[in-house]
Design a protein around this ligand. Structure first.
Ligand SMILES: Cc1cc2nc3c(=O)[nH]c(=O)nc-3n(C[C@H](O)[C@H](O)[C@H](O)COP(=O)(O)OP(=O)(O)OC[C@H]3O[C@@H](n4cnc5c(N)ncnc54)[C@H](O)[C@@H]3O)c2cc1C
Length: 385
C-alpha cells in the first residue's frame, strides 16, 4: 500500500513523485497514458520569470535558480538552455504593454531590460526582423526539452523507489468520512491515505464527485516543430499580445506556437496518447506570424504539427492546495499555460502539502477557495513563451 498516490505523470506529478520518494515516502505515480502525454509534451517549454503575474514571480525566480543544476540532480537530460527571453512589440500599443511590463517587473526586482528600438533588439538576437519596434529582455530566462525533462524526473523518482503505473487511468478518488482512502482504477481500488491530483485538464472529472472543481477554460494552441536547422536564435521569442512564440531547440529544431484558439472539443487517441490536429489555416497563420518576427523561420522544413490544450483558470494562476473539505487530498492544477517552468518547485510544494507541511514559498494566492463566488474579469491572455 503506497503512502501517497500521485495522479498524473506530467512535470507537476513527476516532480512531486521525486520529492516524495527522496524523503523515503512510498509513492505510486499513476498515469492514464505515460510521462508527458499531455500539456508537458505539447508545451513550448519556455523557462521564464518575465511576464509572470506578481503572485507567481517568487516561484519562478526560485525555480530558475534550480534549472541550471536540475540535470545533475536528476542524473538525466533536461537540455536546459539559459539564453534569455525576448518579448517583442510590433505596434505602438504593444510598445506600451512591454514598457509597463518592464517597469512593473523591474520594480519587483527582476532583471528585465527595455530595448527601445529594433537595433537594440537585433543586438540581442540578430535573427529578429528589423520591423519590430521594441522589446524586453530577461537574460536569466531560457528553455528546456520537456519530454526529456519529465522522463528524467520519472526515472529519478523510480530509482528512489517510486512505483510507476502507466496506461492506467484513475477513475475515482475514494473518500470515506471526509478523508481519502484510495484511488479506483479499472484494476480495483488502490488503498492510500493521501492523493496528489496533478492530472491537468482532466483533474476536474475526479474532483466533481467530491463536490470540488477548479474553474477552467480550455483554449487550444497550435504547435509546429521543424527539422534541425542551423542555430540562428538563442533566446525564446514571445510577443506582447501572446499571439505567437517560438524558440530553437538544442539541436536546432524550431518549436513555434500560436496564440489562443478555440478548441472544437475533440481529443483522439493515437499510439496510446491523446492527439489533436490543428487546422491548416492555423498552421499557415502561425508560420506567417512567427516568420514575420523571425524571418529565418520561413526557411524551416516543418516536421511535426500538433495542438495542445491549456487549463486556463479565471485569474491565470494555478491551484496549489490541500482543501479542508477532503483530508489527504492535494491539488496541483490550472497552470494556465505556464506550468512547465514551475515544475520543480511545484513538485516541492505539492510534496510539502502531501506531508502536511507549510511550503517555504508563498502559496496563499493559489488556494482553491479564492474561486468561491468568483466574479472578477476573466484572465488576460497568458504571456506564454
Ligand atoms: C502549446 C503550449 C505551450 C506552452 N508553453 C509553455 C511555456 O513556454 N512555458 C511554461 O512554463 N509552460 C508552458 N505551457 C504550459 C505547461 O506545459 C503546463 O502548464 C504544464 O506542462 C502542466 O503540467 P502538469 O503536469 O500539471 O499537467 P500535464 O502535463 O497535462 O499532465 C497531466 C497528466 O495527467 C494524466 N492524467 C490525466 N487524467 C488522468 C487520470 N484520470 N488518471 C491518471 N492519469 C491522468 C495525463 O495523462 C497527463 O500525463 C504550455 C502549454 C501548451 C499546451
Amino acid at each position: 500500500m503506497p503512502d501517497v498516490i500521485v495522479i498524473g505523470a506530467g512535470i507537476s506529478g513527476a516532480a512531486t513523485a521525486l520529492e516524495l520518494a527522496a524523503e523515503g515516502v512510498e509513492v505510486l505515480l499513476l498515469d492514464r497514458y505515460g510521462p508527458a502525454a499531455m500539456a508537458s509534451g505539447w508545451t513550448l517549454a519556455g523557462v521564464r520569470q518575465s511576464g509572470r503575474h506578481p503572485a507567481e514571480l517568487p516561484l519562478a525566480r526560485a525555480v530558475v535558480a534550480q534549472w541550471a543544476t536540475l540535470a545533475d540532480r536528476l542524473d538525466g537530460p533536461t537540455h536546459y538552455i539559459r539564453q534569455g527571453n525576448l518579448r517583442l512589440a510590433r505596434t505602438a500599443e504593444e510598445v506600451a504593454v512591454i514598457r509597463r511590463l518592464v517597469a512593473e517587473q523591474s520594480a519587483a526586482g527582476l532583471d528585465l531590460r527595455f530595448l527601445p528600438d529594433a537595433a537594440s533588439v537585433c543586438a540581442v538576437a540578430p535573427a529578429v526582423a528589423e520591423t519590430v519596434l521594441a522589446g524586453s529582455f530577461c537574460p536569466t530566462d531560457g528553455h528546456a526539452d520537456p519530454v526529456a525533462t519529465v522522463e528524467s524526473f520519472v526515472r529519478a523518482a523510480e530509482r528512489l523507489g517510486a512505483v510507476l503505473r502507466f496506461g492506467e487511468a484513475a477513475e475515482a478518488i475514494e473518500v470515506a468520512d471526509g478523508r481519502v482512502i484510495g484511488v479506483r482504477t479499472a484494476s480495483g481500488v488502490i488503498p492510500a491515505g493521501r492523493v496528489v491530483l496533478a492530472a491537468g485538464l482532466f483533474g476536474n472529472a475526479l474532483l466533481a464527485p467530491l463536490g470540488l472543481s477548479v474553474p477552467i477554460e480550455v483554449p487550444m494552441v497550435t504547435a509546429l516543430r521543424s527539422e534541425p536547422a542551423p542555430p540562428q536564435l538563442a533566446p525564446v521569442i514571445g510577443v506582447a499580445n501572446a499571439d505567437c512564440a517560438g524558440r530553437q531547440e538544442a539541436d536546432g529544431r524550431w518549436r513555434v506556437t500560436s496564440g489562443r484558439e478555440t478548441w472544437p472539443g475533440a481529443l483522439a487517441e493515437e499510439d496510446g496518447r491523446p492527439v489533436m490536429r490543428p487546422s491548416a489555416a492555423s498552421i499557415a497563420e502561425t508560420v506567417i506570424r512567427f516568420g514575420a518576427v523571425v524571418p529565418a523561420f520561413r526557411a524551416a522544413r516543418i516536421e511535426r504539427v500538433w495542438a495542445g490544450l491549456i487549463d486556463l483558470t479565471p485569474d491565470g494562476l494555478p491551484v496549489l492546495d490541500a482543501p479542508d473539505a477532503v483530508r489527504g487530498l492535494v491539488i496541483g492544477m490550472g497552470f494556465s499555460g505556464h506550468g512547465f517552468c514551475l515544475g520543480p518547485v511545484t513538485g516541492r510544494i505539492l510534496a510539502d502539502l502531501a506531508q502536511g507541511r507549510t511550503p517555504a514559498l508563498p502559496i496563499v494566492p493559489f488556494r482553491l477557495d479564492r474561486f468561491a463566488g468568483w466574479n472578477a474579469p476573466r484572465a488576460v491572455p497568458t504571456l506564454h513563451g
